[in-house]
Design a protein around this ligand. Structure first.
Ligand code: NAD
Ligand code: UDP
Length: 338
């Protein structure tokens, strides 16, 4: 029998791509999303991509305990993948309470509802931001955690709460996945990332410049101690990440206990590497100007993804060129999103 997986935030960027990987792996995703940063229109795209019925999607909030209890009672749910949350670092500094409410309180309500329902398999979206400014790269999972903003602290608080929960009683199967920089889109070009307003992140910004919606990219700093002076990150294709969730889910279903894993490629790419790869993908030049450093930015970091390979047998397969080609296919085909 197919196992149903509750995917909170499943209409969002990473969640929607993960729903494809889940469906392709024989799971049945059930989406819970408040559409605060997404659109129900993604469902029809998911159906087109998978050739299966659109996932069941429930509009609602992870902080709504009564709704969660109803969901667990009405559906035979075997596991939960918890993406729902807020993710803009700058907003978290301006409005920390909404981040602690949504990300921390929401995660606690969800875990309590799971506990009551007897569902104890949980995959959680954490972030490399929990490391803050690392002492060295590649970053292993046992590196110190010292997040530098409320968003990162909200993720670390949930990691700690879920860790304590997992150790408090037998039966829990919890994977805390620390993503590096997810980019790209499904290769069909039918789903992808569509930030509201001006993008904060590099890849959506470059995409919008390439499609003509913005005049140029501002490179935040050209004088870092990196090979070309620009910031270095570990960009990982969103479909590789999606497949990492399926691998973590399979592992959790087969093994009790708590896992904390980095999901990244293990390679760093600079801002100018991304621009060059994007120019190859779209066949146009991406105008850019070098601006000042962005306050709070770490010069360079990338993952040590060897634990995910050893434990899950997962490793990122897609190149930076493919990340850019797929982003471009999505952006050029859907310049205004869904
Ligand atoms: P996203 O905003 O596209 O997806 C989040 C989804 O959750 C959205 O569909 C939103 O409407 C929904 N949501 C938010 N709060 C909710 C709530 N209280 N109840 C129900 N639904 C709610 O973001 P994403 O990039 O897909 O990120 C998914 C998760 O991964 C987040 O938890 C994020 O913090 C984490 N993460 C993202 C990145 C990244 O760079 N994109 C990196 C590391 C970790
Ligand atoms: N960046 C940039 N211009 C932009 C957005 C980002 O130069 O408009 C740089 C940023 O300084 C960093 C890299 O691109 O070195 C990745 O930034 P992003 O915000 O995508 O990810 P994060 O900094 O959160 O890892």
């Amino acid at each position: 029998m197919k196992i149903s997986v509750l995917v909170t935030g499943g209409a969002g960027y990473i969640g929607s791509h993960t729903c494809i990987a889940l469906a392709e792996a024989g799971f049945t995703p059930i989406i819970l999303d408040n559409y605060g940063n997404s659109s129900p229109k993604v469902m029809e795209r998911l159906a087109r991509i998978t050739g299966q019925a659109a996932p069941l999607a429930i509009e609602g909030d992870v902080r709504d305990r009564a709704l969660l209890d109803r969901l667990f009672a009405e559906h035979e749910i075997g596991a939960v993948i918890h993406f729902a949350g807020l993710k803009a670092v700058g907003d978290s500094v301006a409005d920390p309470l909404s981040y602690y409410d949504n990300n921390v309180y929401g995660s606690l309500v969800l875990a309590a509802a799971m506990r009551s329902a007897g569902v104890r398999t949980l995959i959680f979206s954490s972030s490399a931001t929990v490391y803050g400014e690392p002492d060295e790269s590649p970053i292993p999972e046992d590196a110190p955690t010292r997040p530098a903003n409320p968003y990162g602290r909200s993720k670390l608080m949930v990691e700690e709460a879920y860790g304590d929960l997992g150790r408090s009683e037998p039966g829990w199967r919890i994977a805390l996945l620390r993503y590096f920089n997810p980019v790209g889109a499904h290769e069909s070009g039918l789903i992808g990332e569509h930030p509201q307003g001006k993008p904060n992140n590099l890849m959506p910004f470059v995409s919008q410049v390439a499609v003509g919606q913005r005049p140029h990219l501002t490179v935040h700093g050209g004088d870092y101690p990196t090979p070309d002076g620009t910031g270095v990150r570990d960009y990982v294709h969103v479909m590789d990440l999606a497949e990492g969730h399926v691998a973590a889910l399979r592992h959790a279903l087969a093994h009790e206990g708590l896992l904390t894993l980095n999901l990244g490629t293990g390679r760093g790419g600079s801002v100018l590497d991304v621009v060059a790869a994007f120019e190859r993908a779209c066949g146009k030049s991406v105008p850019r100007v070098i601006g000042p450093r962005r306050p709070g930015d770490v010069p360079a970091y990338w993952a040590d993804p060897s634990a995910a390979k050893a434990v899950l047998g997962w490793e990122a397969r897609r190149s930076l060129d493919q990340m850019c080609a797929d982003s471009w296919r999505w952006q050029s085909g859907n310049p205004n999103g869904y």
